[in-house]
Design a binder for this molecule. Structure first.
Ligand SMILES: [Fe+2]
Length: 439
């Protein structure tokens, strides 16, 4: 009897210990692993989350079986703004001095507790500008109805892309249900974002608690949590914008002006002849479009959208003149749950290169709206009489592929997930020279 009681107690103790270990492991186990390009080509930023505090380390190497390097980093405690005040630790490690164009295998976690994630891999950026990046771009990807995500994973597994550009609106929403929807979303994108640099800008759905979930969960190069930054990928200079400052002035007016000054100075620098010679392509991405022809009365459907013209009465400048003067090649937008390709346009005037070849040496910026990755808010539609600068539009879910073939040719195609990956639109932007457009 005593022996049986001892065995029972022992079994129960073992089970309780196992539960304790499992719980400890659960709250210290890395999750939401994702990467981003650094502020120079030989760097990669690795970010992940744990519920409890752990040390922050990346264990990496050139083969899955030889993770023989370790790089430490830091973490910061993030407390969601909801009533439950759920907290988690967001870890950041910068991998530096990476060999160019090399596949690295890595896992993230704790050296002290010896708790590690699965092993992931990424390819570091090739050196120089003489290579052709393949970028996939989309906005408005939710946790529920993330329709394009499986196809994006298949594409990525085939090595189709070098990086992802997510043009705002995540999860619907990162902060919803005490941040649990954000947690689920970050886990959903992990297979994609742990392998490809996942470059972001904020959207209106990130606005809750002053964008705190977005700021905490993503680490971008040169950002310093301002929510605007720029980075270079081969022959491309990307500028990530925060259009939302204009639409949420309750979070402060100063950042509207600071943001404009940053974008202006950044574009002026990128457009200097010596820089443009190295990196001729300038691509901006921001959430709310200057132009769209949707039927939902959003700001971009008005002729004087905030992003395009600003609010002159209050000294708030729009971005159209700046983009035109600094010769931005492509402006990517989202927010509308649709795809729309504009003719090259300036101040509502179509500036095609020629009748036969509208995108060869155009006279203005080419705008693309790609907000159709899939989310709980479903499809959106278009006005029956689109304006003359609207070249092609679709309400089908999907995403946009951009292949920068060289310094003069950019191939763009729109994939429809609704039609099993069919390409429903494609065009080639040809720029024999890059620079300011004529007034
Ligand atoms: Fe949006």
């Amino acid at each position: 009897m005593k022996l049986k009681a001892f065995i029972d107690v022992s079994v129960i103790s073992v089970i309780l210990c196992m539960i304790a270990v499992l719980r400890a492991d659960d709250v210290t186990h890395p999750r939401h692993v994702h990467i981003a390009y650094g502020d120079e080509p030989h760097k990669m930023i690795v970010t992940w989350s744990t519920i409890n505090y752990t040390d922050s380390n990346v264990n990496y190497g050139l083969s899955r079986d030889a993770l023989n390097m370790v790089q430490g980093g830091s973490s910061s405690k993030f407390v969601d703004g909801g009533t439950a005040k759920r907290s988690q630790f967001i870890h950041k490690v910068d991998l530096v001095d990476l060999k160019p164009n090399t596949t690295y295998y890595y896992r993230v976690g704790s050296l002290e507790a010896k708790i590690w994630s699965s092993v992931f891999y990424f390819r570091s950026m090739p050196d120089g500008q003489d290579w052709g990046p393949s970028i996939v771009a989309y906005g408005d990807l939710g946790s529920a109805n993330a329709q394009s995500l499986p196809r994006l994973l298949v594409d990525a597994a085939q090595g189709m892309y070098d990086a992802v550009v997510h043009v705002g609106d995540f999860a619907y929403d990162l902060s919803k249900n005490q941040g649990l929807v954000g947690d689920t979303f970050m886990q959903q994108i992990e297979p994609l974002a742990a392998t490809l640099p996942y470059m972001t800008c904020n959207g209106n759905h990130e606005n809750y608690y002053n964008f705190s979930n977005y700021k905490a969960r993503f680490n971008m190069p040169n950002d310093n949590k301002r929510m605007y930054y720029s980075f270079n990928v081969g022959p491309i200079h990307f500028v990530s914008m925060s259009t939302e400052f204009m639409y949420f002035p309750n979070y402060g007016m100063k950042q509207i002006f600071d943001h404009y000054e940053f974008v202006k100075n950044d574009l002026i620098e990128a457009n200097k002849p010596e820089n443009r010679a190295k990196r001729p392509w300038i691509v901006t991405f921001g959430h709310r479009p200057m132009y769209c022809s949707n039927s939902d009365n959003d700001d971009c459907a008005s002729y004087e959208s905030l992003v395009r013209v600003g609010v002159p009465l209050y000294g708030i400048k729009g971005f159209e003149d700046l983009f035109h003067e600094q010769g931005v090649d492509v402006a990517l937008w989202a927010h509308e749950h649709t795809y729309e390709r504009m003719w090259p346009v300036y101040k509502l005037e179509v500036r095609n290169g020629s009748y036969e070849k509208p995108y060869t040496n155009p006279g203005a910026v080419t705008h693309i709206v790609t907000g159709t990755a899939g989310c709980i808010e479903r499809h959106e539609y278009f006005t029956k009489n689109p304006p003359p600068w609207s070249a092609f539009h679709s309400s089908e879910y999907g995403y946009t592929r951009m292949k920068f073939a060289n310094k003069t040719h950019l191939f763009v195609e729109q994939v429809s997930d609704d039609r099993d990956g069919m390409v429903i639109d494609r065009f080639t932007l040809v720029k024999d020279s890059h620079g300011p457009y004529k007034k």
